[in-house]
Design a protein. Structure first.
Length: 99
């Protein structure tokens, strides 16, 4: 229960831990299709955690959701069919989202 309380008080810390976990597991996942799909799912979790982290102000929440939903859709498309334009647009949306 202490962990849940800490996570609610410090959503940015949880986001940081999940992102660091992603950096650590990426080399093991990049070589296979299931690993690529699992990494995209982890990316979607990170996007969700980022939305939770910025929800303190309604304006930022709508901006993050507006950028996050297309980024999630393109991430799913990228996981199953990595085409050049999809990868590029997904990368741009992710960069704008995290900025």
């Amino acid at each position: 229960m202490k962990v849940l309380g800490y996570a609610r008080r410090n959503p940015s810390a949880v986001l940081l831990v999940v992102q660091l976990l992603g950096v650590l597991v990426y080399p093991a996942m990049e070589g296979s299709s299931p690993g690529r799909v699992a990494f995209e799912i982890l990316g979607i979790v990170v996007l969700g955690l980022a939305v939770v982290s910025v929800r303190a102000t309604p304006g930022l929440t709508w901006v993050s959701v507006g950028l996050g939903i297309p980024a999630v859709v393109l991430s799913v498309l990228d996981a199953f069919n990595p085409a050049e334009p999809v990868v590029a647009i997904s990368g741009v949306l992710h960069a704008a989202f995290y900025f």
